[in-house]
Design a binder for this molecule. Structure first.
Ligand code: SF4
Ligand code: SF4
Length: 475
């Protein structure tokens, strides 16, 4: 596979994808089954991440999901805290923080995300590919099976593989959907007749179809052709970024071991195993390439070869271009420090906003355009608008009380029983004795109480009578 890529000085491989012929046809990749130290770590990481994907939607706190990413209704629950459209500023800041942290990680550690965390890599390499190895065998057997005539054994293997792929895609799609709509809504979707839950059913089928297509057919093309993160590598990586690198100084000139002749070769014995295991079909010995998803399969393969030929491991390893050239590892470059500072400031701001975020957001303002009104018993009133955002999951009955003076509050419009995650609006009169209102603007404080506890005190002003001027008059 990809023999033409193997020359160290031939840059021709950069002109085309390793998985596409000159005629534009797909070259199907049969990567050899990976094994080794890094692969074992990746399996552990994948198991943890898959457990998070499948089990976290079932965790509830006080009857509500621990995590929910309801993009359609703009409702998010992160670690048991509900965020709604009213928290949009936090959402925007978090997304910016996430993008910058991906940039930072890429600048310093290359595409570590692709190899260890990306859902596509995990589903492909740790789920679909594992099933394929189990049913069809390693790369050579898969190749032979695809060339073989369609007999009963081949039909059985192919059909059973695709049935399992579909079941896996269905399970993954359900897990993803559970993160978006919650496990309760997912339970309804499964138990109710399709016409009653048609929208959600279609979402589930689309998720399933896309996951199946990516796992069974599209595979590495997602990384090499579609993924925008992969395309951005050229901008983000610099010569100090730590990526999976072939140590050409140590490896070249490459050559097969021959016992009959004296050799002056480097450590690469040109066994091609690092290419054979590559799920994107590239030859890492050509240098850093956009197609490399940092899956570490070539490190494991080469380490095994080096061990067998009794040479030091690490001919292919995590290293920067500069490290390979100079032998010095520099992690904290000025660029990386700059990103870290920005990231620190941004996350400090998000942490501050999160820790000072209250369960309710209130505003009380005097109704615009209205003056004071005369009331019986020598009293006057002002009309106010109240708006309360309830960010909690609970229904909260509220009351209003004057805090800094004696007087009366009369709610005349709206319902101040706050519904979960909703905005309640109302109007109320503050009625004060005339003798308490000695100025044009009297500062007042309105306490908003929920279940007898003050949740906030809003300062506003009470408009009094102007001497010689009639109340409720425009003149
Ligand atoms: S696995 Fe190692 S020794 Fe074999 S071709 Fe690749 S770099 Fe050379
Ligand atoms: S070059 Fe190595 S790390 Fe990169 S995708 Fe191929 S096998 Fe994985």
């Amino acid at each position: 596979m990809n023999e033409k890529n193997s020359s160290p000085n031939n840059e021709e491989f950069r002109d085309h994808l390793a998985t596409v012929t000159e005629e534009g046809k797909r070259i199907w990749i049969y990567p050899k089954k990976p094994k080794g130290k890094f692969h074992r770590f990746r399996v552990v990481a994948a198991i943890i991440l898959l457990a998070v994907l499948f089990f976290v939607p079932f965790i509830k706190v006080n009857g509500h999901p621990f995590m929910l990413l309801d993009i359609l209704n703009r409702k998010f629950i992160l670690f048991g805290i509900a965020f709604g459209p009213h928290d949009f500023h936090l959402f925007v800041l978090s997304i910016i923080g996430l993008i910058i942290s991906i940039f930072l990680f890429t600048v310093v550690y290359g595409r570590i995300f692709c190899g260890w965390i990306c859902p596509q890599t995990i589903f492909m390499e740790m789920v679909f590919r594992k099933v394929e190895y189990l049913i069809e065998g390693d790369a050579n057997k898969q190749r032979a099976l695809n060339k073989a005539p369609w007999d009963a054994a081949k039909l059985f293997k192919k059909i059973s593989k695709h049935i399992i792929f579909f079941i896996l895609a269905f399970a993954i799609a359900n897990a993803l959907l559970a993160w978006v709509i919650g496990v309760d809504a997912l339970g309804e979707l499964i138990s109710k007749p399709i016409p009653e839950v048609f929208g959600r059913f279609m979402a589930m089928m689309i998720f399933t179809a896309v996951t199946y297509f990516m796992g069974a057919y599209f595979r590495e093309q997602v990384c090499t052709m579609i993924c925008p993160y992969g395309r951005l590598q050229g901008v983000m990586l610099d010569p100090d970024s730590i990526v999976i690198h072939y140590d050409n100084k140590r490896g070249e000139p490459r050559g097969k071991i021959r016992k009959d002749v004296e050799q002056n070769n480097g450590d690469c014995i040109d066994c091609h195993l690092c290419v054979d295991v590559c799920p994107t079909g590239i030859d890492i010995r050509n240098g850093t390439q956009l197609e490399c998803v940092n899956c570490t399969a070539c490190i494991d393969a080469c380490d095994e070869v080096m061990t067998k030929v009794k040479r030091p491991i690490g001919l292919i390893r995590y290293a920067s271009k500069n490290e390979i050239e100079t032998g010095v590892r520099k992690v904290f470059t000025p660029k990386a420090i700059g990103y870290t500072v920005v990231l620190f400031l941004l996350f400090s701001l998000i942490a501050y906003l999160l820790t000072t975020r209250s369960d309710f957001e209130l505003s009380i303002v005097r109704t615009a355009g209205l003056l004071a009104q005369e009331q019986p018993d020598n009293k006057i009133s002002n009309l106010y608008d109240v708006k309360i955002i309830n960010k909690t999951f609970n229904t909260v009955p509220t009351t209003l009380e004057l805090n800094n003076m004696k007087g009366e509050i009369k709610v005349v419009a709206g319902d101040l029983t706050l519904r979960p995650q909703e905005v309640s609006e109302g109007k109320f009169f503050v009625i004060l004795p005339q003798d308490k209102v000695t100025k044009l603007n009297t500062p007042i404080e309105v306490a908003v109480k929920a279940n007898g506890k003050t949740i906030d005190v809003i300062k506003t002003s009470f408009l009094g009578k102007i001497k010689g001027r009639k109340l409720n008059s425009e003149n």
